[in-house]
Design a protein around this ligand. Structure first.
Ligand code: ADP
Ligand code: ASP
Ligand code: MG
Length: 464
């Protein structure tokens, strides 16, 4: 029976410079001394943003955008390779040949002045395709035999460019076939995070921050003992440290708590990463690559016993869509029609609430989908509007959703009262409320300008 692997993923800041790359390679080498390891690399920090910005410039017809970003990335990675060579005392070569393909893709965008989701995915794939070989070369130079692997050769996804989902049935055997022989030979595979390929062979991405999900998918396919996500904070904190600087470390979280927190904005982990981990009961461990001695957060089935709220999270960039009308109570299947009209446009609903009087339906969607949502609902309910049964579809933006999360909230009395008293005390008006039936989350929508104040007030008053 082959030894079980552990998967280690390094985020952008953990690979942000030559020093950080050497640090990551050392952590991998230490882990490999304990047992077989598979690594997942994100793009060096800032690279994905830079690629996406170049695609936008190219779409505007800037013909120079292609060569400019290609030479910037060439310099960045060459300089990092040169500095890594100096740090480890051995030459680390960097192969820049794929940059020609990047230039071609960007030139095509500027020529056609068209930036499709498909070409956007291809362009944004280069960050990981440049970083993974650099990490592998660093490991080899440090005496830890490694090989860079392009995930597109074994991670099969659907066609949803910009947020593709992995087809685990097709991918799992391919992942095992690609990685197990390397591991068996004592090689450490360094896999590109974030990217995959659909069944037509086109490059897809799993969504921003998707390298976490790549790591969880590889771990699930290979029956890993753990998936370690190395990042730039000590683990999952009780709130976003940029909003609440004294947020504390949560050393244990249940999958459910992690799913609720990441769904409602805890950027430290990509929400879809939780799903393969739950499916195969693989612990996700979030650790700080700058301070590896700190224990970090373990996300597993157990969580931590106790009562009350454990974390406050928030998502911004949203819009509240409401459908009002006295005649709505008489319209059959209204919620179902709202959902299917929106689903047909590929828009995902973040939160939904229906007043018990049945005279109002409110949904929260990404602000970028506001126009499409209003059009879809206007179209769906045009008859009812004409008949005066529905007053119309209104939008309110920018909206933020704040969530209070904790398994121990279930069955604890007065949690909601405490939450809304704290929000009212901070003089913040609540626009819409939802409480999942799991009762481990209370979420509510507020004006985006009040978001930080609400998160701070809640964190200060309602944590257990
Ligand atoms: P990486 O590049 O390692 O993937 P990310 O920037 O995607 O890192 O995620 C880490 C960041 O997530 C942290 O620097 C922190 O600012 C942010 N963050 C937001 N909410 C939380 C939270 N509840 N706990 C920890 N970090 C959080
Ligand atoms: N490089 C991608 C991003 O910036 C994926 C990741 O870092 O996880 O979103
Ligand atoms: Mg991330």
């Amino acid at each position: 029976m082959p030894e079980k692997v552990s998967v280690h993923k390094f985020g952008g800041t953990s690979l942000g410079s030559a020093e950080r790359i050497v640090n990551a390679a050392q952590l991998l080498k230490d882990a490999a001394a304990q047992g077989p390891v598979v690594a997942v690399a994100s793009a060096m920090s800032g690279v994905t943003d830079r690629l996406l910005a170049a695609a936008v410039q190219a779409e505007k017809g800037h013909t120079g955008a292609a060569s400019k970003v290609a030479s910037e990335l060439q310099n960045k990675h060459f300089e990092a390779a040169a500095e890594v060579s100096r740090l480890v005392g051995k030459t680390v070569l960097f192969d820049d040949s794929i940059l020609t393909e990047l230039e071609t893709a960007l030139s095509g965008v500027s020529l056609l002045r068209e930036r499709t989701p498909r070409v956007t995915d291809l362009i944004s794939s280069f960050g990981e395709r440049l970083s993974a070989p650099l990490v592998a070369a660093t490991l080899n130079a440090m005496g830890c035999p490694a090989r860079a692997m392009d995930a597109r050769n074994f991670l099969v996804t659907d066609d949803k460019h910009g947020g593709a989902q992995c087809d685990r049935k097709k991918s799992d055997p391919k992942i095992r076939r690609a990685l197990q022989p390397l591991v068996a030979k004592g090689l450490l595979p360094v896999v590109t995070g974030f990217i995959g390929r659909n069944s037509s062979g086109e490059t897809t991405t799993l969504g921003r921050s998707g390298s976490d999900t790549t790591a969880a998918l590889l771990g699930a396919a290979m029956g890993a003992t753990e998936v370690v996500i190395w990042t730039d904070v000590d683990g999952v904190l009780s709130a976003d440290p940029r909003i609440v600087p004294d947020a504390h470390l949560l050393t244990r979280l249940s999958y459910r708590e992690a799913a609720e927190m990441t769904y409602f904005g805890a950027k430290v982990l990509h929400f879809p990463a939780v799903l393969p981990a739950i499916a195969e009961s693989i612990p996700l461990i979030i650790k700080n690559s700058f301070r590896p001695q700190i224990q970090g957060t373990t996300i597993s089935t157990e969580g931590e016993p106790g009562e009350g709220i454990r974390a406050i999270t928030s998502v911004s960039g949203l819009s509240l869509i409401s459908l009002d009308g006295k005649g709505m109570a008489g319209i059959p299947g209204i919620a179902a029609r709202v959902f299917s009209a929106i689903a047909r446009k590929g828009i995902s609903v973040i939160m939904f609430s229906q007043a018990s009087s049945e005279q109002n339906i409110a949904l929260v969607i990404p602000e970028s989908d506001q126009r499409k949502t209003i059009e879809a609902l206007d179209q769906e309910f045009r008859f009812e509007k004409l008949m005066g049964m529905i007053e119309g579809v209104k939008a309110r933006a920018p909206l933020s959703v704040v969530a209070a999360v904790g398994d121990g909230m279930r069955g604890t009395r007065g949690v909601a009262a405490k939450v809304f008293a704290a929000v009212a005390h901070a003089d913040v008006n609540v626009e819409v409320i939802a409480q999942g039936s799991s009762e481990c989350n209370i979420s509510f929508g507020i004006d985006a300008k009040d978001c930080a104040a609400a998160v701070k007030a809640l964190h200060a008053t309602v944590m257990k």
